[in-house]
Design a protein around this ligand. Sequence first.
Ligand code: SF4
Ligand code: SF4
Length: 92
Amino acid sequence: MNIDEIFDFTSFTIDREPHIVLDDKVCAGCDVRGCTNCCPARCYTWSEAEQKMTFVYDGCLECGSCYVVCQRNAFTRWRYPRGGFGVSFRMT
Ligand code: SF4
Ligand code: SF4
């Protein structure tokens, strides 16, 4: 099953309170930006023209990759969603 197929079996209950909060000033000084490559949900988008990182938490699959990959500790908050929120996977 590839990542696009996984989304066919996935639903989200979006919390108003983001479970991941990014300090985009830190990202502006990052020359690696591994998050843009490792995030399977494509939550991170770097704009070369604006020199700005955009992050959306709504479609986060809660894999933890961005937390591991980021070497600059750019997160002012990184936790899993509160109970009852976030992603749900249906495998049948
Ligand atoms: S790797 Fe970390 S510091 Fe670099 S762009 Fe991604 S979140 Fe920002
Ligand atoms: S936890 Fe995984 S899916 Fe969520 S933002 Fe980080 S890399 Fe993307």
